[in-house]
Ligand binder design. Structure first.
Ligand code: NDP
Length: 449
């Protein structure tokens, strides 16, 4: 591992000591601290005021019991989390994840990344993340509803449109947001539409929010290509996952003239050289909550299903990891490089391991970190809050235009900052430093709080 600036070594050591076993959180902190070397040299005032150290400690961590009754009348028990990391720029904002792998370390890594991502959007939102070790897969709608109601029965007291505004993430889509919002409304007796984002269009939701993370990711890649005098036209693209982010990334790549030839779920992946049939994928994965193997079965001889990991073995020009953390490792990166991939952009949060990032950089592959490339989701959530606050609703076209402008501006900020701090073209350095400085300046102004 490359060395950290000497003033950051004790910060990292303290994070590891105070948060034992939370390896994903350690990884997320390391990635940011590594980028901050030139900032510490140029701006010792941040370290003098312990800004970086304070930023690594959440403002508040809430852990709670979530009991609920399943369809057979048995009591089930899960653990809920909300980590309110940093509110220097605005109310806490960040999604909820329902997945059996969720524990405090996952929520902290996501909440920590969210601070810098939200800052990069230029919107007035702080960073947070939450969730539970609940698995919605295989549960009936009634079970999911009872779980969400129990979860919100504790969480509601920590939320508010000026306090903390959650959204979706893995395992939390429109259905779960509906049940959560319903329970919030019932307990508080307030139709506080700005308290959750990702709502349905008829009850306070914003156009394009559903599509925003995937669309935003592709707008960001389009900018990368444009700076290289290139475009999506005729490019082959591999997208991992087939959830909210992946599906709408696939749609936008196709609109811009690219061909997505593979996508996946946690069981396996499908290769379809003719290009993924978006309508079929949408029907199976989004409408029916089916498996990606069903896609191959329905599509017929044109598509091949392969069980297990290995999607990065499929040759492509552009790779978009859109499933989960650490899904693209050194073996996957080696294969992408060998097959001539030119751009990797993260739709998921921290899907690329540190070793894989280093290999891609050394091979000259353009690499866009999730903090910047997938920020379109939370940015559009902030647009949803804006519409809720003013009792307004914008058209799809106008909202998509705003999203595209935000992604262009994030891209520009990354490039300008990377150049200013001596790493031209390095999106990781640009995103981490640009995101950090805005929050750090706000924390300096707000005093020791
Ligand atoms: P969804 O739950 O809608 O979809 C997740 C997808 O990833 C599913 O297809 C799932 O497959 C797949 N997946 C999960 N684990 C693995 C694995 N180990 N290997 C292969 N595939 C896997 O979640 P989202 O699309 O909302 O989120 C995806 C990623 O994007 C996450 O990292 C999330 O934090 C990030 N993100 C999401 C945003 C949003 O707006 N939703 C915003 C910014 C980032 P299966 O069905 O088998 O579980």
């Amino acid at each position: 591992m490359p060395a950290l600036h000497e003033r950051l070594v004790p910060v990292y050591e303290e994070v590891v000591k105070r948060n034992p076993g939370e390896v994903e959180f350690h990884q997320a902190v390391w990635e940011v601290l590594e980028s901050l070397h030139p900032v510490v040299v140029r701006h010792p005032e941040y370290a003098d005021a312990e800004i970086i150290r304070r930023m690594c400690e959440p403002e508040r961590q809430i852990i709670f019991r979530v009991p609920w009754v399943d369809d057979r009348g048995r009591v089930q028990l899960n653990r809920g989390f909300r980590v309110e990391f940093n509110s220097a720029l605005g109310p806490y904002k960040g999604g909820l994840r329902f997945h059996p792998s969720v524990y405090l370390g996952i929520i902290k890594f996501l909440g920590f990344e969210q601070i810098f991502k939200n800052s990069l959007t230029g919107m007035p939102i702080g960073g947070a993340k939450g969730g539970a070790d609940f698995d919605p897969k295989g549960r009936s709608d009634a079970e999911v509803m009872r779980f969400c109601q129990s979860f919100m029965t504790e969480l509601y007291r920590h939320l508010g449109e000026h306090t903390d505004v959650p959204a979706g993430d893995i395992g939390v889509g429109a259905r779960e947001i509906g049940y959560l919002f319903g329970q919030y409304k019932r307990i508080t007796n307030r139709y506080e539409s700005g308290v959750l984002t990702g709502k349905g269009l008829t009850w306070g939701g914003a156009q394009v929010r559903r599509e925003a993370t995937g669309y935003g990711l592709v707008f960001f890649v389009d900018e990368i290509l444009r700076t290289r005098g290139d475009s999506f036209d005729g490019k082959t693209v591999v997208v991992s996952g087939s959830g909210n982010v992946a599906v709408y990334a696939i749609a936008k790549v196709q609109q811009l003239g690219g061909r997505v030839i593979a996508c996946s779920d946690s069981d396996g992946y499908v290769v379809d050289e003719a290009g993924i049939d978006f309508d079929l994928l949408h029907e199976i994965k989004i409408e029916r909550r089916g498996r990606i193997s069903d896609y191959a079965a329905k599509r017929g001889s044109g598509a091949t299903y392969v069980s297990g990991a290995g999607i990065w073995q499929v040759p492509c020009d552009i790779a978009l990891p859109c499933a989960t953390q650490n899904e693209l490792d050194d073996v996957g990166a080696a294969s992408l490089i060998r097959n001539g991939c030119r751009v990797v952009a993260e739709g998921a949060n921290m899907p690329t391991t540190p070793a894989a990032i280093r290999m891609l950089a050394e091979a000259g592959v353009a690499f866009a970190p999730g903090k910047a490339a997938n920020a379109g989701g939370v940015a559009t959530s902030a647009l949803e809050m804006q519409q809720n606050a003013s009792r307004d609703s914008w058209t799809f076209e106008y909202t998509e235009k705003r999203l595209a402008e935000i992604m262009r501006s994030i891209h520009e900020r990354c490039l300008v900052t990377a150049e200013a701090y001596g790493s031209p073209g390095n999106y990781v350095v640009g995103a981490n430093i640009a995101g950090f400085i805005q929050v750090a300046d706000a924390m300096l102004a707000l005093g020791v709080i």
